[in-house]
Design a protein around this ligand. Structure first.
Ligand SMILES: Cc1ncc(COP(=O)(O)O)c(C=O)c1O
Length: 304
């Protein structure tokens, strides 16, 4: 099988180091496993700048599983979930299924959550106990301002839970500065660049920003328009409008054609407008990104 360029926003392409590490069988009852497990736990806590008051629990399962566990363990009564995109909608669904009362806050898909508006909602609704924030909204690519929102939540004596599934390992989370955060959820197979399950921890923000900027500029040079403006575009995922906002645009067919030429992107654009989305994360090189742009450039003409 010929290896393709893997640019979906997780599970990401893993390095050979990660693949090789998975080739060693470790007994779950042995001391080696206990050592690895507790070292991963404390390294994750350290990566989030947690204090002795914090700990990390590793649960086998996917991102939604982790977020459901957080909702069921830390939240009761009414939660405010800013409607940032697909993953806030999913969090809302999970929260409702957990029996919580969810209040939504409308957020334009290309903008960051307005923390002043959020504060007004908190003041007007004293029964809201928690805010649930998607830090990096993988549906749109917008990175939300966890510091500004956290400050508002803390000043108003509420609590916060954070979906950091596509943020953790790349974007900073400094738990020392966020006494309002009860828990955040992440997975091994996104910016930690591990296999689904337990992960190897590396901070790769600079490379992701570089990938995003090369992709963003390359896309604009092709005459295509990114959905998110520079000011809100995060380093995890880029959404791009279909050519000329064409109504004939078929994202699934486009991603299948890219696949056949050696580039894997997500076949499910989560926006209502005709669009496609490319991940910037994973163990990919500058050459991979430039080749990806070349493949998109060559494939695009047959999709106008
Ligand atoms: C922000 C965010 N939250 C939750 C999830 C769900 O994770 P999983 O697909 O592992 O259930 C994802 C997956 O892409 C995500 O990006």
């Amino acid at each position: 099988m010929i290896e393709k360029i893997h640019l979906i926003p997780g599970p990401v392409k893993t390095s050979n180091k990660v693949k090789l590490a998975a080739m060693v069988d470790v007994a779950p009852w042995g001391s080696e496993f206990t050592q690895i497990y507790s070292s991963v736990k404390s390294r994750i806590t350290k990566l989030a700048n947690g204090s002795d008051d914090h700990t990390t629990v590793i649960i086998p399962g996917c991102g939604h599983f982790v977020m459901e566990a957080i909702l069921r363990s830390f939240v009761s009564g009414k939660i405010l979930i800013p409607d940032t995109g697909n993953y806030s909608k999913r969090l809302t669904k999970l929260a409702t299924e957990c029996g919580l009362i969810v209040m939504s806050m409308s957020v334009p898909p290309t903008k960051k959550v307005d923390h002043i508006e959020l504060e007004k909602i908190l003041i007007e609704n004293p029964d809201i106990k928690h805010v649930g924030l998607i830090y990096s909204e993988t549906g749109t690519g917008v990175v939300h301002d966890i510091d500004a929102i956290g400050t508002v939540v803390n000043n108003n004596k509420r609590r916060m839970i954070v979906d950091a599934v596509s943020a953790f390992g790349a974007l900073p989370i400094n738990l020392e500065n966020h006494p309002e955060i009860d828990a955040f959820g992440a997975t091994a197979n996104k910016c930690l660049e591990g296999l689904p399950g337990l992960g190897i921890i590396t901070v790769r923000l600079e490379r992701y920003y570089k990938n995003m900027k090369t992709l963003y500029t390359g896309i604009c040079h092709m005459g295509l328009i990114p959905v998110i403006g520079h000011e809100a575009q995060g380093p995890i995922i880029i959404n791009v409008h279909g050519p000329n906002h064409s109504s004939k645009w078929d994202a699934h067919k486009f991603s299948t054609d890219l696949y056949e030429r050696g580039l894997i992107i997500s076949p499910w654009p989560p926006l209502d407008t005709p669009s496609f989305r490319i991940g910037c994360i994973g163990a990919v090189t500058d050459d991979d990104i430039n080749n990806a742009l070349k493949i998109i450039r060559e494939t695009m003409p047959s999709h106008f």
